[in-house]
Design a protein around this ligand. Structure first.
Ligand SMILES: CC(=O)SCCNC(=O)CCNC(=O)[C@H](O)C(C)(C)COP(=O)(O)OP(=O)(O)OC[C@H]1O[C@@H](n2cnc3c(N)ncnc32)[C@H](O)[C@@H]1OP(=O)(O)O
Length: 411
């Protein structure tokens, strides 16, 4: 069997995407979704593997800029659309796609690659590791009350057409992205993803709705996009509110939006997925257990150019540490690096011959990269080795952020 891997041509997109749908089980996406992803596909960054005329493998990348601790944005390849035909699995097609893609990302100068995994077991071998988790809630709003902060009553809420309110919502998103690591800065076209609302995917829920929160001076301080799913049982109405997004710039706006969603008549549950794990909602509710919180892995990070990636973020405490790094898949990252940050000048990450303080693989650094996974926790799992006493606690303090990293949407 001779397989050919090459960059996609635009006129091959439909065949390539049909292959991808088949790799994911053969259920077709809605027309709306397909057209959005056609528009968002960066063809020159899309790889296809062909067995004759048949597409049997795919991998794409979006050109993102990802927020990192300290508020900076790092160029990042958003790895996507990975699939291998059921007839061609477990013979190295994905491995060859990952090899080519990471080489291309490196050559293109992006220090980081990111993805969300269909299955967490797939990507570790290529150096990816989970750097952000997400929270899900299903709040029993018939039993759970909200304790709102001062100022909540002054927030004005108005229902708006999601399309018409988009510019206001996007301004809120852009400001939040400077505050929280893990958020992709919006690239042109991506704002449309939040408006996707194919009727065939609503599962009995309403069309997408938007509520905008305004301060007394009229400035927009937050918004929520949601659907209402009516349900009835013998005891009466028991519908649900399905929250797609809730972004707010201050505590009063966040509380006002949640209070509104909790209070929608004929509903008794508010469900939200893809929330930050430190969502303030957990501190507003009277009964966090009845919010039924769940946590799962969300954003996976791969450090492609280790020194540039580590130098692109800020650290929460002064740092001077020598890292002995293992990286089998991208050996240019392997070896000994001195990472220094004094909080004033630029962060430096340079090769050194000095004795190492910590020994770890590139995956542990990827996990810790956005500040959401502590090096001390990884050390307790035996995945970071401390070679000089005190180095672990100091490095862990510097890497860990005070805001949990968060990926608000899939890609
Ligand atoms: C970012 C995204 O787009 S995530 C979406 C990923 N795509 C999907 O989940 C669609 C359905 N699955 C598939 O298309 C394929 O099974 C893929 C892409 C996951 C794997 O493709 P393959 O070509 O079979 O992978 P390949 O043969 O290169 O396997 C490499 C290694 O990963 C392992 N592996 C592959 N898939 C999986 C999996 N789903 N779970 C665990 N291990 C896996 C293989 O066993 C192999 O291990 P080895 O090196 O120890 O032998």
């Amino acid at each position: 069997m001779t397989l050919e891997m090459r960059i996609l041509r635009s006129d091959e997109w439909d065949v390539w995407y049909d292959h991808l749908e088949l790799a994911f089980g053969g259920v077709s996406e809605s027309r709306q979704e397909r057209e959005l992803y056609r528009a968002l596909t960066e063809v020159e960054r899309s790889l296809g593997v062909w067995d004759g005329q048949v597409c049997v493998g795919s991998a794409g990348a979006f050109t993102f800029r990802l927020s990192v601790p300290g508020g900076g944005l790092v160029p990042a390849a958003g790895v996507t659309m990975v699939g291998v035909a059921p007839t061609h699995r477990r013979r190295g097609v994905l491995t060859s796609l990952m090899r080519r893609q990471l080489d291309d990302v490196r050559a293109g100068g992006e220090p980081v690659a990111v993805l969300t995994a269909s299955e967490p077991a797939i990507y570790g071998r290529f150096g990816y590791a989970v750097a952000a988790y997400e929270l899900g809630v299903a709040v029993d709003t018939s039993r759970v009350a909200l304790a709102v902060p001062p100022g909540t009553d002054a927030v004005r809420l108005r229902l708006a057409d999601p399309e018409k309110a988009l510019d206001d919502c996007e301004r809120v998103y852009a400001e939040l992205a400077t505050r929280r690591p893990g958020m992709p800065a919006r690239q042109p076209g991506w704002e449309r993803q939040a408006l996707l609302d194919p009727p065939e995917s609503r599962g009995g829920a309403s069309p997408l709705m938007c509520v905008v929160a305004e301060r007394e001076d009229g400035s927009v301080a937050g918004y929520a996009r949601y659907r209402v799913k009516p349900e009835w049982d013998a005891a009466g109405p028991c519908g649900g509110v399905e929250v797609q997004d809730l972004d707010a710039l201050d505590p009063a706006a966040a509380a006002a939006l949640w209070r509104y969603l909790f209070g929608i008549d004929l509903t008794s549950v508010v469900r939200a997925r893809k929330r930050p794990v430190d969502d303030p909602l957990l501190h507003l509710v009277s009964d966090p257990r009845r919010a039924r919180p769940t946590v799962r892995d969300s954003l996976y990070v791969r450090l492609v150019d280790l020194p540039r990636a580590l130098a692109a973020r800020a650290y929460g405490a002064p740092l001077d540490v020598v890292l002995e790094v293992e990286d089998a898949f991208c050996p240019w990252n392997a070896g000994r690096w001195r990472l220094t940050a004094d909080g004033r000048g630029p962060v430096r990450c340079e090769r050194t011959e000095d004795a190492a303080d910590l020994e770890l693989s590139v995956r542990e650094l990827a996990s810790a990269y956005l500040g959401g996974v502590a090096l001390t926790a990884l050390a307790e799992a035996g995945r970071v080795r401390e070679l000089s006493p005190g180095a672990l606690a100091a490095a862990s303090r510097a890497f860990t952020g005070d805001v949990a990293p968060w990926l608000p949407h899939g890609f």
